[in-house]
Design a protein around this ligand. Structure first.
Ligand SMILES: C[S@@+](CC[C@H](N)C(=O)[O-])C[C@H]1O[C@@H](n2cnc3c(N)ncnc32)[C@H](O)[C@@H]1O
Length: 502
């Protein structure tokens, strides 16, 4: 069989939901004693050119990683990158996942992003059969497309497949597909299956050909109903734990009517209705061995064992009296009690660091140090994704310090258009930003870097976008550039690109 990924490799991307910290935190939230990510043994299936796993291996130097992909071409590229980065805790293997047996050993985390729906059904079942390779309290991550969200898209996909069937080159097929979609959308069809057409056109404008080809024109793309996925996982000896997007799996987050009807059905019984109501097309589910019994009581006391991060913003400081209004990607909310206001303010101040429960409590003035209020506040915020839940301290530093230091992998990849952050996100970087990533190695101060930039600018080798007119004298230029460098360094810190200076 030819390798569909040889001509059209999958684009390099980081998948935040696959991060070991999040997998461990979600498992422990459910009372499952998931292995410590720092020392875990990790198997990833379908690693393509390896970007996601390489970033994890760089973040967890004491853990060990095995990446498997059927595509020799992609594994070759992943391995070349591994060598270039000098990572010794990871290896890439060109193999069919169906051949993985006991000789590979057992793994604490098994990650399969973008594989299950995109392989033949028997291979998808073999993927779930890797449960035999999962340690006792290990966690398996599997992403897949779901119904009913994909129902209309199946029709559009079929149309695109038929329309481009006679075209050989993958890029030409994508170009034709794009053109057809634009044409169809311009006709504003009223058919039920066309209601998402504008969104699909936008998706084609936004994504790289490599992603679009393997999502829309690949031979295999089998969406399935959530409960059917759970049944197939059960047949392979796996139990459903939760999804990466925990809040979307909780009926309480859909309002009191939905909660009263769906909560009694349990997470699996409620799944199909939540997917329907939430217009969900894609799931990132976490599975554990069938004998592990997840505890879904969400005892607030469990919060004491975690670390937390702000996933919200505020337009001002908390008012002395009354509620503090906050914004988050999942909607606005307010904090009312003095303890909750000050705890959330602390999270914002230290973001993107992840203080532990005790560190947050210790940062509160004695009069507001109410642990009962704090556990309840944190649990309520975690359940709605206003606050991130972590088990990993992470070397992220929120303050640049005197000699800012960019984390190793981002410095090594500084000549790329985007670099991986310690938040496991790809950060797009301009030319000046790239220079910062290279220079900030923990030995240079902000004024020293500003002085270097002024010298480069004055010699004509660097173009600076001055905020206003270019200052006429050297000292003026140095002053403006020092402020600009400090601003940029602070934003690198917020993006999770800096670690504490040694
Ligand atoms: C859509 S890509 C997944 C992207 C990737 N997980 C990432 O991190 O971006 C699917 C990958 O699965 C691989 N694959 C397909 N069938 C496989 C099999 N039987 N065994 C191992 N890998 C397989 C493909 O070669 C391809 O690289």
């Amino acid at each position: 069989m030819t390798d569909p990924y040889a001509d059209m490799p999958y684009p390099d991307a980081l998948h935040e939901g696959t991060h070991l910290d999040g997998l461990a935190a979600r498992a422990r939230l459910h009372g499952v004693d998931a292995p410590d990510p720092e020392t875990a043994r990790v198997l990833a299936i379908g690693t393509a050119r390896g970007a996601n796993l390489l970033a994890l291996a760089a973040a967890f130097p004491k853990a060990t990683f095995v990446g498997v992909d059927l595509s020799e071409a992609q594994v070759g590229e992943a391995d070349a990158m591994r060598r270039e980065l000098g990572l010794s805790n990871i290896r890439f293997v060109a193999a069919d996942l169906t051949t993985i047996d006991a000789s590979w050993g057992d793994f604490d985390y098994i990650i399969a992003h973008g594989v299950f729906s995109w392989v033949p059904p028997e291979v998808a079942d073999a993927l779930l059969g890797l449960s035999a390779r999962l340690t006792a309290t290990g966690v398996m991550y599997v992403s897949y497309n779901v119904f009913p969200g994909w129902s209309d898209r199946i029709v559009i996909r079929e149309l695109l497949l038929r329309h481009t069937a006679s075209i050989e080159a993958p890029r030409d097929r994508i170009a034709q597909a794009r053109e057809l979609l634009r044409f169809l959308a311009s006709q504003k069809p009223r058919a039920a299956w066309a209601h998402d057409l504008d969104a699909i056109v936008a998706e084609f404008d936004e994504h790289e050909d490599g992603y679009l080809f393997h999502e829309w024109l690949e031979t295999f793309n089998h969406p399935l109903w959530f409960e059917d996925f759970v049944a197939r996982a059960a047949a392979a000896g796996l139990a459903y734990l939760t999804d990466v997007q925990l809040p979307r799996s909780l009926p309480a987050n859909y309002g009191p009517d939905v909660e009263s009807v769906l909560e009694p059905l349990g997470p699996v019984g409620a799944g199909r209705y939540l997917d329907f109501l939430g217009d969900r097309r894609f799931r990132q589910s976490l599975l554990v061995r069938a004998e592990v019994k997840p505890d879904r009581t969400f005892d607030p006391e469990r919060m004491r064992a975690f670390r937390f991060s702000a996933r919200f913003t505020a337009s001002g400081p908390p008012p002395a009296d009354g509620a503090w209004e906050l914004q988050s990607p999942s909607g606005g909310f307010s904090a009312g009690t003095p303890t909750s206001k000050l705890a959330l303010l602390h999270l914002l101040r230290v973001c993107p660091e992840r203080p532990s429960f005790d560190e947050i409590l210790g940062a509160l003035p004695e009069a507001q140090r109410d642990p009962i209020d704090l556990v309840q506040t944190l649990l309520a915020c975690v359940m709605r994704d206003w606050v991130g839940l972590h088990v990993w301290k992470s070397p992220i530093s929120a303050s640049a310090g005197a000699r800012p230091r960019v984390w190793g992998l981002a410095r090594q990849l500084a000549d790329r258009e985007s670099v991986p952050s310690l938040l496991h996100q790809n950060v797009r970087i301009g030319a000046l930003g790239r220079l910062f990533l290279r220079e900030l190695d923990g030995r240079t101060t902000v004024p020293e870097l500003a002085a270097r930039l002024v010298a480069l600018e004055e010699s004509g080798s660097l173009q600076v976008g001055w905020p206003g007119a270019r200052p006429s004298d050297h000292d003026g230029r140095l002053r403006v550039l020092t402020d600009l460098v400090q601003d940029r360094v602070d934003s690198l810190a917020r993006l999770g690109l800096l670690v504490a200076s040694r």
